[in-house]
Design a protein around this ligand. Structure first.
Ligand code: GFP
Length: 812
């Protein structure tokens, strides 16, 4: 195995500067230096990449293909260096050259090819797959513009295109040789072949060529390199100048347009299905390319297509890649001439589906009309899957219309992708225990009754390599000094740090590190927001996408209430707090955008009010993304995980905070429940309705928030302040928020996320936090225990479970 060579690396940095830019170090820009350093690292990685794949081939391994519309990778360079265990060497070399790794890392665009949790989970999974040595491909789309860049102007969110490829991506590799043709539209003609079999031929279609770009995913310290393969689109070469008539010409132009638009932009979809035709095109585009290539790769070394499930598994990350089921059927039926029964059996043994949400508005449904026009052959297959499935339902539940209504794939003029995914897969999993239970008992009850053997849970996880080792070097080093560094690849080993929870010296060291991380974040805040925050105050953080169910509104209403209290009782017992919030709202999500404006308006008033002596500060972090997240988690004292119980499937931010020693204030929702099981009541601040209670209310049409409003003067004051111009002169601006809480909107439930219902219990939990923080020793103890108990929440554990129980993969 080739070791990382210091001399060679040093030579390479200068050499790449010369080759790529004709510059010396003194002349080069920071960006050029970043590029040269990245190419030098890549040069080393490519050999490992080749060796890994040779090994895979020689052992004829089984691969998992993780199909995902989103991979929220974050910056690559720093993490790669860490995983190569080359951090020290690289720093040394760069210093010798008069360069600094940290500022070079800042030059890298932060590729935001994902919305939030779902995309970041996919990225953590890739890190774990490589580190554990499982053969895998991540497969997705090479969006030209990722998630929009969020600017805050006058308190409002403005969306700006995120041109992450502006300077090119040094880590990617274009693989023209694996290009695939993907067909859209046209019609299907049927003919009999010589052996009397029906053949289905798609004609008059538009085609696009899918071109893969491969990005190496380096395992930690094991020289294993897997691949993230993202597909770009190119026009098909039908523009034949010799022979085109008018029709061909138009077709050529249309194909060119299709190729140009398909990978332009990631949909900000926010747990909300938008039904846009282009999105369905994106889905089929990357799925078809991935499945075609996976089948060809398999057939390069195997003879019998009927055994593909022994070497290939397709994991569907949410419903977005569900057309996989029909595409694999198409290939088996039309290209390999298998019978329906054979093709169906193989498909069913090859596909597995992960559900990430119970929010019904997130479950994708496509109008049949649109679906069948865009994917005529695929639609025929889905129709046949549906027909055969309904026969089974009918024989099992004769005459039961409700079962058909709930489980049919085609129903009410729509194609229901979740149902297709469940019927076509051998495994259906939720992402936290409580989430899987809710799926089984409520959302997917009928399916569970029919196919209980398919259902299983895989509680999410996060990679400690990025979120502790890379993001929080001070704490990482402290932990390794005390208990060794086994935790880097075996997070449960971190439990030994609990031995230091009561050691006063260790407590002090821990709090000093926290303090330094708070200074680092305070500097960032000062630089970006111009707000001075006190690192001695409690850093209370809620960072995640803006969504009503995540209840950033509860947080800000409580801040407004606290401020009212401080104004009324200036001498009240109060420990200074810095409330830090951040997250993007989907561009069309009006109320979420109003909540951002509200946070900023409240921040403006409170931060400027000298009468409260800076006891409260409110900060909204602009453009929350992986790179600034790595600064935020290490600096947090309090982690806000306050979603309405039953709504957050898992959450993964909760785990990142815990790993960095923040205490959670949270509801019994998603993975909070499992965090609670690990740390116990003494080390977490629980509040609010349980998911059973929430679901009970929902069953009976909700509750009446006006009763609370009328009987509670404090809540009334806060709500009135939304619309009396107290925070912003434009009275109308927060009207929608006010109305959503009190149910003045026609046909809408009042306070559907139970904000007022949970308000006092939240306030109580917050008061406990203020009190607990005064006892520094006890706080430090709890924080250390949180770190110590985070072992379960490594994505390494999650991946081990997927590999053993679903994918049946072997490590190399
Ligand atoms: C979704 C769910 C989260 C869950 C992640 C990953 O996240 O509860 O933790 O998927 O499974 F909502 P978002 O993409 O919606 O943030």
């Amino acid at each position: 195995m080739k070791e990382f060579n210091k001399t060679k690396f040093k030579y390479n940095v200068e050499n790449y500067l010369k080759i790529l830019f004709r510059k010396s170090i003194e002349e080069a820009s920071e960006q050029q230096i970043f590029q040269a350093v990245s190419y030098s690292i890549k040069e080393y990685i490519v050999d490992l990449w080749i060796e890994t794949h040779k090994e895979y081939e020689s052992r004829d391994v089984k691969f998992v293909y993780y199909l995902s519309m989103e991979f929220l990778m974050g910056r690559v360079l720093g993490n790669m260096i860490i995983n190569l265990k080359a951090d020290e060497t690289v720093r040394e070399v760069l210093e010798e050259l008069g360069l600094n790794l940290n500022s070079i890392e800042e030059e890298e665009a932060d590729p935001a090819l994902g919305n939030g949790g779902l995309g970041r989970l996919a990225a953590c999974f890739l890190d774990s797959l490589s580190t554990l040595g499982y053969p895998a491909y991540g497969c997705g789309i090479r969006y030209k513009y990722g998630m929009f860049e969020q600017k805050i102007e006058n308190g409002f969110q403005i969306e700006v295109p995120d041109n992450w490829l502006k300077y090119g991506n040094p880590f990617e590799m274009k693989r023209e040789e694996y290009a695939q043709e993907v067909k859209f539209g046209g019609y299907v003609r049927m003919e009999r072949d010589g052996e009397g079999r029906d053949k289905f031929i798609q004609e008059n279609y538009q085609s696009v060529i899918a071109i893969p770009y491969d990005i190496p995913i380096v395992g930690y310290g094991n020289h294993i390199v897997n691949t993230l393969r993202i597909w770009d689109a190119k026009e098909a070469n039908t523009f034949n100048l010799d022979s085109f008539d008018k029709g061909d010409y138009l077709k050529a132009v249309e194909e060119k347009n299709l190729a140009n638009t398909i990978c332009e932009v990631l949909y900000p979809n926010d747990n909300h299905y938008a039904g846009k035709e282009l999105r369905l095109k994106q889905q089929y585009f990357f799925v078809s390319a991935t499945i075609q290539r996976a089948v060809s790769k398999y057939m390069e070394n195997h003879k019998d297509i009927r055994k593909i499930h022994e070497k290939v598994c397709f994991q569907l990350n949410d419903t977005h890649p569900t057309v996989t089921v029909a595409e694999l059927m198409r290939i088996l039926l039309d290209d390999y001439n298998l019978s329906w029964e054979e093709a169906w059996e193989i498909t069913n043994k090859t596909c597995a589906y992960t559900n990430h949400t119970i929010m019904t508005e997130a479950l994708e449904k496509w109008p049949i009309d649109l679906f069948s026009k865009l994917l005529p052959r695929i639609y025929q297959i889905v129709d046949e899957i549906n027909r055969r499935f309904l026969l089974v339902v009918e024989s099992r539940y004769p005459g039961d219309k409700l079962k058909i209504k709930n489980m049919a794939i085609l129903y009410g003029g729509e194609v229901r992708m979740a149902n297709l995914a469940i019927i076509g897969s051998f495994s259906v999993n939720g992402v936290a225990k409580i989430h899987t239970e809710i799926l089984k008992e409520r959302e997917l009850k009928d399916f569970y009754e029919m196919y209980s053997e398919k259902f299983n849970n895989k509680t999410n996880g996060i990679t400690q390599r990025r979120f502790l080792l890379h993001g929080n070097p001070l704490l990482a080093e402290w932990i390794s000094k005390k208990i060794g560094d086994e935790w880097i690849t075996n997070l449960p080993a971190i439990k030994k740090i609990a031995d230091y929870a009561e050691d006063m010296t260790a407590q002090k060291e821990f709090m000093d590190i926290k303090y330094k991380n708070k200074i680092r974040l305070a500097d960032y805040i000062y630089k970006h927001n111009g707000i001075e925050v006190d690192p001695n105050s409690i850093f209370d953080v809620q960072v995640k996408r803006l969504h009503e169910y995540k209840r950033q509104l509860l947080n800000i209403l409580h801040i407004m209430h606290l401020y009212n209290q401080l104004k009324k009782y200036p001498d009240m017992d109060f420990y200074p707090r810095t409330f830090i919030l951040g997250g993007k709202a989907s561009a069309g999500y009006k109320i979420a955008k109003a909540i951002i404006k509200l946070i900023n308006s409240v921040a403006d008033v409170i931060n400027k009010d000298e009468s409260i002596n800076g006891k409260i500060k409110v900060v909204f972090i602009e453009n929350y993304r992986v790179s600034n997240a790595e600064l935020i988690f290490p600096a947090a004292d309090v982690s806000e995980q306050i979603s309405t119980a039953s709504k957050e499937a898992s959450g993964t931010g909760n785990m990142k905070f815990m790993l960095n020693g923040a205490l959670t204030v949270g509801t019994m929702d998603g993975a909070n429940v499992e965090i609670f099981e690990e740390v116990g009541e003494e080390n977490m601040f629980l509040f609010g309705l349980s998911s059973k209670e929430v679901m009970e209310y929902e069953l009976h049409g909700g509750y009446d928030p006006k009763e609370i409003y009328d009987s509670d003067a404090e809540i009334q004051l806060v709500l009135d302040q939304l619309i009396n111009g107290c925070y912003f002169p434009d009275h109308g601006l927060f009207n929608d928020i006010y109305k959503s809480l009190l149910g003045i909107h026609k046909n809408e439930k009042a306070d559907p996320y139970f904000i007022l219902k949970d308000f006092h219990s939240y306030e109580l939990a917050q008061r406990k936090i203020g009190k607990a923080y005064r006892d520094t020793g006890a706080w430090a103890k709890s924080a250390i225990i949180n770190v110590a108990k985070s072992g379960k929440f490594s994505s390494d554990r999650t991946i081990e479970e997927y590999a053993a129980e679903i994918w049946k993969l072997k490590k190399i």
